[in-house]
Design a protein around this ligand. Structure first.
Ligand code: MG
Length: 228
């Protein structure tokens, strides 16, 4: 029976921020709300990324340590995800990867309501869950274990996790046994040393369109076992 054993189809599990959604509006809205010039604030965010610091230090850098007081105003101003927030290749890539036979999941660090907002924008995935819904956040290994559960516990090697961050996406997905795709867009994807991806990274791409073109490289044919 082993030889005819059914294999799980392969999954592609996508991050959201800077993978599907361009988060420029998040930071521009904060700059506007706090009355900080946009370039100054974006540069401060970049500095925290380059230094490996938490992004909230950028608020202190620009003299707005009391930014928490503006959280509800920010939420009201930012509102929901919009069609224009989607990277242009997001929906076409999901559709194309589905046509290639991959099962699609979207599991990411986001507020709970983003799942419904993505579905309202016709972003289609078999499995969709946000960190604030499941109570687990990247890079916690439990987040990735739970994502696998949501997919019906496939072999982790049959899941490619696609994200823009080495710290939150690439390294922890490799640690959980998945195949990691580093998407080099957004500030986390482009700042810093491009050679710093772990050797185990399955694929490095510049866009989701690039991933569609190169998905065949994700699971190279297994090497024939040497005999003797
Ligand atoms: Mg991201």
């Amino acid at each position: 029976v082993g030889a005819t054993e059914e294999r799980h189809p392969r999954w592609i599990c996508l991050d959201v921020g800077e993978t599907l959604i361009d988060e420029s509006r998040v930071w521009l809205e904060w700059a506007r709300l706090l009355d900080v010039p946009a370039l100054t604030f974006l540069a401060a965010i970049g500095a925290t990324i380059a230094r490996g610091e938490r992004n909230s230090l950028a608020f202190e850098m620009v003299g707005r340590p009391d930014w928490h007081d503006s959280l509800s105003a920010f939420r009201a101003e930012y509102g929901t995800f919009r069609e224009s927030d989607l990277y242009p290749d997001a929906k076409p890539a999901i559709a194309a990867l589905g046509e290639q036979g991959y099962r699609i999941a979207i599991v990411a660090n986001q507020p709970a309501e983003r799942s419904a907002e993505l579905r309202a924008l016709a972003v289609d995935a078999e499995v969709m869950a946000m960190s604030d819904e499941i109570g687990l956040w990247k890079p916690d290994p439990a987040f990735f274990a739970h994502a696998l559960e949501l997919m019906g516990n496939p072999n982790p090697e049959d899941v490619a996790y696609v994200g823009d961050r080495l710290d939150n996406d690439v390294r922890p997905s490799i640690a959980s046994g998945m195949r990691a795709v580093w998407l080099r867009r957004g500030p986390w994807g482009v700042i810093g040393d491009g050679t710093s991806a772990p050797a185990e990274t399955a694929l490095v791409v510049d866009s989701l369109a690039d991933l569609v073109d190169r998905s065949g490289e994700l699971w190279p044919l297994p090497a024939v076992a040497a005999h003797g």
